[in-house]
Design a protein around this ligand. Structure first.
Ligand code: TYD
Length: 138
């Protein structure tokens, strides 16, 4: 199933009494080159983000601070991931509907993305997404 390609990966972690350091190199720790980063922060309690899918975009989602849940849906199967570790990231394949919720206070959601922002790459309508996703041979 496409959703099985989405998984939490361990990133390099340099532990140090002065503070830990984690890094990500495009094409090395993740399969794609990083063209864009963005981050969600100051998320009010109870707010939900996401609620869309991407046609081509690949992403790595990291809870840089705090925690939140990412619910992925490939049109057939759903999986929920709890992110709360800045040395780990969730790989999200193309054609995944995602809902991001249950943000802890002060949490920051960092996203490394394979391409520039392009609204044409989005599915904003769930039914349209499911219709197209279910046409992909599995
Ligand atoms: P959106 O991707 O819907 O946010 P979420 O992470 O909650 O799914 O983007 C929200 C708004 O921000 C939307 O108007 C598009 C804009 N935006 C950009 O201009 N550039 C970007 O890189 C991103 C991610 C969003």
């Amino acid at each position: 199933m496409p959703i099985d390609l989405c998984r939490i990966i361990q990133l390099p972690k340099i532990s140090d009494p002065r503070g830990n350091l984690t890094f990500v190199e495009g094409g090395k720790h993740i399969s794609f080159d990083i063209k864009r980063i963005y981050y969600l922060y100051d998320v009010p309690g109870g707010a939900e983000r996401g609620a869309h899918g991407h046609k081509e975009l690949k992403q790595l989602i990291v809870a840089i601070s705090g925690s939140f849940d990412v619910e992925l849906d490939d049109g057939v199967m759903k999986k929920r991931f709890h992110l709360n570790n800045p040395s780990q990231g969730l790989l999200v394949s193309p054609m995944m509907w995602r809902d991001i919720k249950n943000f802890s206070s002060g949490s920051v959601c960092l996203v490394l993305a394979s391409d520039y922002y392009d609204e044409m790459d989005y599915y904003r309508d769930y039914n349209q997404f499911v219709g197209d996703a279910r046409r992909i041979p599995r």
